[in-house]
Design a protein around this ligand. Structure first.
Ligand SMILES: O=c1[nH]c(=O)c2[nH]c(=O)[nH]c2[nH]1
Length: 294
């Protein structure tokens, strides 16, 4: 039997990358999901099992981070994709065509009172407003308002130090890291607000303000736990009708990368969503009954 091999290619899929350009206190951040595919003179690999001259998919993955670091000026996803595709073709003689497909997460700089935040981002259009109402024969009404899928990120003003260390601990202590979370929050009203929209807006901005801090400089977070507690307290301060706040905050890790042949320079990260930390708590006004999370 004679065979033909009319198509073959190999690449790396879903290489998740965070890139931060730091211009003094003002940071620019992107998150990209990068897919590479190389057409190359590699018939011998498929047909004979010989890998000579092959650009391994692991090398392609490493290159995603190397080229991201080489983009020394803030760039568009198109400029980065062109640089990456050109790198493969110009570096490897056996590669005849490089195909690069990238999806960019819609992280947008947060505006606070009309001011752009130095280093705070939110995912565009992702958040969902929730409500859970019960009403019984005795006329008792309970309203628990909330939101979920509110994704927030800050490129600095976050650290994690002083935790227990034993033979199972490898995590380094850091006083500067990216902090990102997708917030779920519910709050139960003891009294009904005159305007639910206004109470919701106050609750949401309380959460954002405590997570990000002021637009110039932000606020330091020693842990997701401490930030979560401050977010809940801020909500209770600004929404007087709320008695109890539930917050769930995954800790979405951005892992520093040492690009091959280079060093991490507060710039290139592996963006991850799993596994993630998971922090949650209920905070009430003292003496008030905590509500179920819903
Ligand atoms: O803010 C954090 N809280 C934790 O509980 C934790 N655990 C961890 O590994 N990193 C972090 N970060």
């Amino acid at each position: 039997m004679a065979y033909a091999l009319p198509l073959h290619q190999h690449g790396k899929s879903k290489v998740r990358l965070g890139r931060v350009w730091r211009d003094g206190n003002v940071h620019h951040m992107v998150e990209w999901n990068v897919n590479t595919m190389l057409e190359s003179d590699m018939e011998h690999s498929f047909v004979k099992g010989e890998n000579t001259g092959m650009t391994a998919t692991d090398t392609q993955k490493n290159t995603v981070y190397v080229v991201a670091q080489r983009m020394s000026q803030k760039c568009t996803v198109e400029q980065y994709a062109i640089a990456l595709a050109q790198h493969f073709v110009l570096t490897y003689p056996l590669v005849s065509k490089a195909k690069v497909y990238i999806e960019q997460k819609p992280w947008n700089r947060v505006q606070m009172g009309g001011l752009p935040h130095d280093h705070g981002y939110a995912l565009a259009g992702a958040e969902v407003r929730t409500v859970y109402v019960t009403y019984d024969k005795a006329g008792k009404l309970d309203v628990t308002a909330g939101l979920k899928e509110l994704s927030l990120l800050k490129t600095t003003q976050s650290g994690y130090e002083g935790f227990l260390r034993d033979e199972y601990t490898v995590l380094p202590e850091v006083n500067d890291r990216i902090m990102a979370s997708t917030v779920t929050c519910t709050w139960k009203y003891t009294n009904q607000p005159a305007c639910y929209d206004a109470a919701f807006a106050a609750a949401k901005s309380a959460l954002l303000d405590a997570f990000l801090g002021p637009p110039k400089g932000g606020v330091y977070s020693p842990s997701v736990q401490y930030t979560l507690y401050n977010m809940a307290k801020n909500l209770l301060d600004r929404v007087p009708q709320a008695e109890s706040v539930f917050l769930n905050m995954p800790n979405l890790h951005f892992i520093p990368v040492n690009p091959v042949g280079s060093k991490f320079n507060n710039d290139v990260y592996v963006a991850t969503s799993e596994p993630h930390g998971n922090i949650e708590a209920v905070v009430t006004r003292r003496g008030m009954i905590p509500h179920a999370k819903l």
